[in-house]
Design a protein around this ligand. Structure first.
Ligand code: PLP
Length: 394
């Protein structure tokens, strides 16, 4: 008989219940006890499913990964502790010294750093190319090119990659195509349908959606590639926290509603901004004046996404005046929150570039990127209008 009088004993006292909990439980346990070595053998050999140690996997990561798998139309994806852990595992789990990788030239800032500094340090050659120009991009392929890393819609100028042409070229040559689908989400486009072999997410952004969990996700269509990536992520400790997975699963329950609302708001805000004095240009993939409008229609259909960028007349003084005049819109370098956030690439994500390199991308001191949230659109329009007019007086 178990001695309940000793409070120091770990005992399984969870009560039986004829009814089931509606919410997912959180399981923070690091270790799992098996009944005997034969059972442990069966677990390691895959004959029985069982957890052993949380770095290797835990129920909250499994639950969340199965849900994102279903959205992306894949199986056996894994959760990682951040979006950058997912990008890193996708590359480092597969590539070896002597391989070559091509990345889009407007990847997420830390992905650019990985390509520019860390992979070359390990003997993996990299190059960056503009994925809106498929011919030039494909010309960068070398005999030792093993992988291509793309984002469908770029940050912050929202250019749309020529996915079809690049995916076809990659497939023909046996090159793995990894797609970071964070901006577009599986609701905007399914990476696998576009020809991706590996799909990556920063779940931190709109999938989780509340700026309170840092997580990533990776899935590969080839089970051997998936195994290599999973082993690398487990070995290097890129584990996701059970609590973050639990929060993200709760966020995911409203993801379709949040995405649709944020997208409708983004489209309306883009059109509103385009009609305001003091605005030099507005970038939104589905607007007819977007440089990749036709390709956006073809790849994204009517899903323009929740990101809008615009360029203000003026320089840093006008940019300062704009953010100060919009105190209820967080000036913060993130995206995908339930609320609208505003980022200024010249002072944040793209501050490391030379002014010439920024100018080549069209990122001036007046350039802003907006991650549009789910607020009332009339309030958002009014707040932006007031802030832009204040900037004009600066
Ligand atoms: C934010 C982001 C990442 C990195 O994700 P973290 O969760 O912040 O590590 C990678 N790719 C894209 C496109 C992102 O927006």
């Amino acid at each position: 008989m178990t001695d309940l009088t000793d409070p120091t004993r770990r005992l399984n006292l969870w009560p039986e219940s004829a009814s089931r909990p509606v919410g997912t439980a959180i399981q923070p346990s690091v270790v799992y006890a098996s009944p005997d070595p034969d059972t442990l053998d069966a677990q390691y050999e895959g004959r029985l499913h069982g957890y052993t140690y949380a770095r290797e996997g835990h129920p909250n990561a499994t639950v969340l990964a199965r849900r994102i798998d279903a959205l992306e139309g894949v199986s056996d994806g894994i959760m990682t502790g951040s979006g950058m852990a997912a990008v890193t595992a996708a590359l480092m789990g597969v590539l070896r010294t002597g391989d070559h990788v091509i990345g889009g030239d407007q990847l997420y800032g830390r992905s650019l750093r990985l390509m520019g500094q860390d992979l070359p340090r390990l003997g993996i050659a990299t190059s960056l190319s503009d994925p809106t120009d498929a011919e030039r991009f494909i010309a960068a392929i070398r005999p030792e090119t093993r992988m291509i890393l793309l984002e469908v819609v770029s940050n912050p100028t929202l250019r749309v990659a020529d996915m079809q042409a690049i995916a076809a070229a990659a497939r023909e040559r046996g090159i793995l195509l990894a797609v970071d689908n964070t901006f577009t989400t599986p609701r905007g486009c399914r990476a696998i349908d576009l020809g991706a072999d590996i799909v990556i997410h920063s779940v931190t952004k709109i999938l989780a959606g509340h700026s309170d969990a840092t997580l990533g996700y990776i899935a590969a269509t080839d089970p051997d590639v998936q195994r290599a990536i999973t082993d690398f992520a487990v070995t290097t400790g890129m584990t996701a926290s059970p609590f973050d997975c639990w929060l993200a699963e709760r966020g995911l329950l409203t993801f379709p509603l949040r995405y649709d609302r944020a997208e409708a708001n983004a489209r309306a805000l883009a059109d509103h901004l385009a009609g305001l004095p003091g605005i030099r240009r507005v970038l939104y993939p589905l607007r007819p004046d977007h440089p990749d409008h036709n390709r956006a229609r073809c790849i994204l259909g009517d899903r323009g996404g929740h990101m809008v960028s615009f360029e203000l007349d003026g320089g840093r003084a006008q940019a300062n005046a704009l953010t100060r005049a919009a105190p209820d819109i967080a000036f913060a370098p993130t995206l995908g929150d339930v609320n609208t956030t505003l980022s200024h690439p010249a002072s944040s994500s793209h501050r490391g570039l030379t002014p010439e390199a920024r100018a080549a991308l069209g990122i001036t001191e007046g350039f802003f990127r907006v991650s549009v949230g789910i607020e009332d659109i009339e309030t958002l329009k009014a707040e932006f209008e007031a802030a832009i007019s204040n900037a004009g007086r600066a």
